[in-house]
Design a protein around this ligand. Sequence first.
Ligand code: PHE
Length: 445
Amino acid sequence: MENKRGSFGNRFGVIAAVAGSAVGLGNIWRFPYIAGENGGAAFILLYLLISIVIAIPVMFAEFSIGRHCRKNVLGSFRAMNKGKGWHAVGYLSVLTVMVVLSFYCVISGWTLDFIKESLLNNFAGKDVVQHTAEFNGFVDSLNPVWWSLGFLLLNCVILSLGVDKGIERCSKVFMPLLFVMLLGLAVNSLFLPGAGEALGFLFKPDLSKISWEVVLQALGQSFFSMSLGMGIMITYGSYIKDSENFFNVGTTVTLANVFIAFLAGIAIFPAVFSYGIEPTSGAELVFLSLPVLFAQMPGGQIISIMFFLLLFFAAITSSFSLLEVVVAYIAEEFKVKRVWANAVAFVILGVSSTLCALSLQTGSELKVGGRTFFDFCDYTSSNCLLPIGGLLVAIFVGWVMDRNVRYNQLTNYGKVGTKFYGTYVFLIKYLIPLSIVLLFISLNV
Ligand code: PHE
C-alpha cells in the first residue's frame, strides 16, 4: 500500500514538504494583515500560545489518522469508522480546501503580477499614493482573474507529475531560499525610521486589546498557517513512513512557521509605519507597503523581483498541498487517473477563484453577508471551517479512534515520546475541544 501511494524519502523530505505546506501566504501575506487588523502584539501573543497548545497537538492527531490509514482524508475516516458518520469530516475538509483555494489562487495571482511589474521596473520612483492608485486599477481590471487561472493551471500540471517529483523536489529548494531572503529583508527594515514604532506594535502587547473575536482570529490564523483543520496533514501523514517521529517533524515545522511569520512582520511593519500606511489596511497591506519600500532601496528592482518570486514559491508549495486533498479525493474515490482528477479540480476551482477575484473590484455586487465573496471565503474558512475541522479531528482522535492505534501511531509503537503521551491525551481529549467550543459559545452570547 505504502509503495503504491508513494512516500516521502527521508526526514528532510518530510519536514520540507510539511513546511512547504505550512509556510506560505499565510505567514507573509495573511499574518501581517490579520495582526494589523487585530491590534498587533496582543494578537501575536495569543497566536503563539495557541500554536503551541492547540495547533501542534491537532497536527499530531491529523498525522496519526493519515499514517494509520494510508488514505486520503475521506477514505481515512471511512476506513476507521465504518458507516458511523465520521466520514462527513472528510467531506467538510474537501469543501474547506476548495473555499481556501478560491482566494489563495487570487493572492498567488497577485504575486505573479508583481513579479512581472518588478521585471518591468514599474514600481520605481512611485510613492504610496501613486502605487496605491495603480494597485487599485489592477484589482479593478480583469488581470487578477487571468493570473489566478494561470496559477491554478500551473498547480494542476505540477501535481499531475506525482507526489515525489512535484512537491518534494520543489519544497527542498524553495524553503531554505525563502528563509534567507526574508531574514535579509527583516534586517534591512530595522533601519527604517518607523522601525521603533513597528516593533512596539508587534511585540509590546496591550492586553486590553484582547477580545473573543481576537482570540478567534488568532486560532483561525494559527490553523490556517499550519494547514490544519482540513485534512491536509491527514493526507501528508499518509505519505510519512512508519519509522518517522511526528514530534520532530511537528515541532520543527511549527517553530519555523512562527519564526517566518515574525520575520515577515518585522520586514513589513517598519515600512507600513514609515510610509503612513494604515496597519488595518486589510488584504492589500503587504502589496501596498513593500513595493514602495523596494522603490526606495538601492538595488530595489532586483530585491523586488526576488521577493515576489519567493512569495510565489511559498504560495505554490502551499497550494500544492491544498490541491492534493482535492485531487487525491477525486482520484481515489472516483477511481480516475490523477490527470483527470486535476482537470476536474481545475474547472471547479477556476470558477470559484474567478468569483473571488471579481468580488474585489470597486462596486462589485458579489457579496455574502455584507462581505465581498473574497473576504467571505477568507473569513469563514479560517474562523469557522478550520476550527470546526480541528475540533472534530481532536474529538475523533481523543474519543473515537482505537486507543491502541492512537498510542502506536503517536509513540511509534512505544519507542518515542512515551513521557508526553499522557499530557497529549489530556490536551486532545479535554482542553482542545473544550476551548474551541467555549470560544464559539462566548462569541455568540
Ligand atoms: N498554511 C498555508 C499558508 O500559510 C496555507 C494553507 C492553509 C495551506 C491550509 C494548506 C492548508 O499559506
